[in-house]
Design a binder for this molecule. Structure first.
Ligand code: ADP
Ligand code: YYY
Length: 233
């Protein structure tokens, strides 16, 4: 599940994972955890070489229960601190450092293993899991995304949120491999006019459709395998 901030990735991914009995991984939380650690260490985030030199140090652990996802850095629960404004303002710079991405993508692939999981982020369909069974790219109008985010943050206005999100989207999409680009084979879902439940239902429908077409092609392969055996005997 990929898409920009406020498109609904976390809520939709958790809902889908819950409905299908799958695990869930918020990869954005891992970039935020790395950023939290860098800030705490006093690393100069304007210096990519300094970030690259230290990014192998923190131990980042993600719990993948969709009902209670967790995130720890060196054993410290950072679920609250990684949502603070200082981390949000700095995360794009940290996420732009190639060495950070290499390390976190490797961790994400390790957690994803052979499947049974919903991953959400910016580069899941393009980089982390290009062979995913279902790839969804969520979008929503800038206004709807800002409205959703400002409803979560006490004292914030829709206009201020919209401006902050536009700034982060721009920073997140100016890299060599644009993490906001859509993966080949991804289905784009505009959630502007849909409720959360409607979006989850639509993704579940896509999963069912993909699974049944995979089942059919496996059955065809089995049939052709049997045909092949018959031909040879
Ligand atoms: N389709 C939707 N309609 C209304 N609100 C939504 C919808 N999808 C998500 N939300 C709400 O918008 C906020 C941001 O969603 P979230 O899942 O955190 O987005 P993202 O992970 O893409 O940043 C949450 O409060 C969520 O409940
Ligand atoms: N797979 C990912 C996930 C997140 N990022 C970056 C881009 C985002 O600005 C930050 C934080 O991601 P997060 O999903 O927590 O952000 P929002 O929920 O959209 O506010 O990390 C990334 O580069 N690649």
């Amino acid at each position: 599940m990929d898409g920009p901030s406020g498109s609904g990735k976390s809520s939709v991914s958790r809902g889908v994972a819950r409905a299908l009995g799958l695990r869930y991984l918020d990869t954005g939380a891992m970039y935020r955890a790395m950023t939290w650690w860098m800030l705490r260490q006093g690393v100069d985030l304007a210096d990519p070489a300094a970030v690259a030199a230290r990014c192998g140090e923190p131990r980042i652990e993600s719990g993948t229960d969709p009902d209670a996802p967790t995130i720890h850095v060196d054993g410290v629960d950072v679920a609250g601190p990684i949502r603070e404004a200082a981390v949000t303002a700095a995360v794009s710079a940290v996420a732009a450092v190639p060495e950070v991405r290499v390390r976190l993508v490797a961790l994400q692939r390790e957690i994803a293993g052979t499947g049974d999981i919903v991953l959400e982020g910016r580069d899941i369909g393009t980089v982390v899991c290009p062979d995913a069974t279902v790839k969804v790219y969520l979008t929503a109008s800038a206004e709807a995304r800002a409205r959703r985010r400002s409803a979560e943050v006490a004292g914030s206005t829709v206009a201020a949120q919209q401006e902050a999100m536009a700034r982060r989207d721009a920073l997140d999409s100016t890299r060599k491999t644009d993490p906001l680009s859509m993966a080949a084979g991804a289905v784009e879902l505009d959630t502007t006019a849909l409720s959360l439940d409607e979006v989850i239902a639509e993704v579940l429908r896509l999963v069912a459709e993909r699974r049944s077409s995979e089942g059919e092609s496996e059955a065809n392969e089995l049939r052709s395998g049997r045909d092949h055996v018959r031909e040879r005997t």
